[in-house]
Write a protein that binds this ligand. Structure first.
Ligand SMILES: O=C(O)CCC(=O)C(=O)O
Ligand SMILES: [Fe+2]
Length: 340
């Protein structure tokens, strides 16, 4: 494992303050900055998204309350056994995200899942009234108000995705239709909001490699917006392919964004899906215990049934299409089944 540099400057900051309704030259400029970050690093910090900080803080507070419940209460909303139905509560060690080198074949997945378990618990939420997969909620009296708060936060993230993020990416990539191109493929909010809790633990079990927080992986779909608390531990491979990881340290008032494998494929590998991992935060070892950490990723997925071919402008005679068209559903299911 290479040394981790503490610099955060390798990950650019994109400021959405002047994005407005996406029609101004400033909005196009923001899109260009975003696409540059996604081509070069695959990660960016976002500032001034318009997502109220109070709403983010409130969601962290709900997360804290949820994970403090006794395990019997949390298990009243169990994650279904099917790997692709990402809803409800998963206990420590249940999921193992792995970066699989070649194909997603079951033998390889099983072998990797036997390795160091990810030391975390999670609660997954999707849009309400989804005909394909329903939310798995706790009985309302166990944590009154949680459903409403989580559903509202899901909708807030989706609004930012549709009104700013996807228009900015579309503008930056100069896709046909101005800022509207990518949004048309994300109308159904097939996304996933995940509350994550990494419990406190003795530093030595991390040092001995018995446990990890999240091992190095890439995300599957279009991209991820991640809210993190102030503990730290998220690291991003930079430069890509170097094996060197830099800390994506918490910057107050920002969210971290990264491109997923599906958008990398869709863009003919123009935008980069970059390895990242969560380690024990720096400096904590001295105290004997690694602090608990909370984070909230919002995973953006395209509408499942649309056939997706290489994005316009990402291929030509000199740079042919590398991949066959595929539906987002088929691609994402294959990846989700491999992690659970
Ligand atoms: O908790 C974090 O900071 C990162 C989580 C992550 O990478 C994931 O859930 O895919
Ligand atoms: Fe991730």
């Amino acid at each position: 494992m290479s040394a981790v540099s503490l610099q955060t400057t390798a990950i650019p900051i994109v400021d959405f303050a002047c994005f407005g309704d996406g029609t101004s030259p400033e909005a196009t400029e923001i899109g260009k900055q975003l696409v540059k970050a996604c081509r070069e690093v695959g990660f960016a910090y976002f500032r001034n998204t318009g997502i109220p900080q109070a709403e983010v803080d409130c969601m962290f507070e709900w997360s804290r309350r949820l994970f403090s419940l006794p395990i019997e209460a949390k298990l009243l909303a169990p994650h279904p056994t099917e790997g692709w139905k990402h809803r409800g509560y998963s206990g420590v060690g249940r999921e193992q995200i792995s970066q699989l080198v070649s194909k997603f074949d079951p033998t390889q997945v099983a072998a990797i899942q036997k390795q160091t378990p990810d030391f975390k618990e999670s609660f997954d939420i999707g849009r309400n009234n989804c005909p394909r997969v329903s939310n798995v909620w706790l009985p309302e009296q166990v944590l009154p108000g949680f459903r409403d708060a989580a559903s509202t936060f899901f909708n807030t993230c989706h609004r930012f995705e549709i009104e700013k993020l996807l228009p900015a990416l579309s503008l930056g990539l100069e896709l046909p239709g101005g800022g509207e191109f990518l949004g048309k493929y994300h109308q159904k909010a097939e996304c996933q909001l995940r509350l994550l809790h990494y419990p406190a633990a003795p530093a030595e079990i991390f040092a001995r490699g018995e446990k990890g927080r999240i091992s190095a992986h890439t995300d599957f779909a279009t991209g991820t917006i991640l809210f993190q608390d102030d503990v730290g531990g998220l690291e991003v491979e930079c430069p890509r392919g170097s094996g060197n990881f830099v800390a994506a340290s918490p910057i107050p008032g920002t969210a971290v964004f990264n491109i997923g494998d599906f958008l990398m494929r869709w863009s003919n590998d123009t935008l980069k899906s970059t390895l990242h991992r969560v380690c024990a935060p720096p400096n904590d070892g001295k105290l004997g215990m690694v602090k608990e950490r909370f984070s909230i990723p919002y995973f953006i997925s395209p509408d499942r049934d649309l056939l997706i071919d290489c994005l316009p402008g990402c291929w030509d005679e000199d740079t042919p299409k590398k991949y066959e068209p595929v539906t987002a559903g088929a691609y994402v299911d294959m990846r989700l089944d491999a992690t659970y």
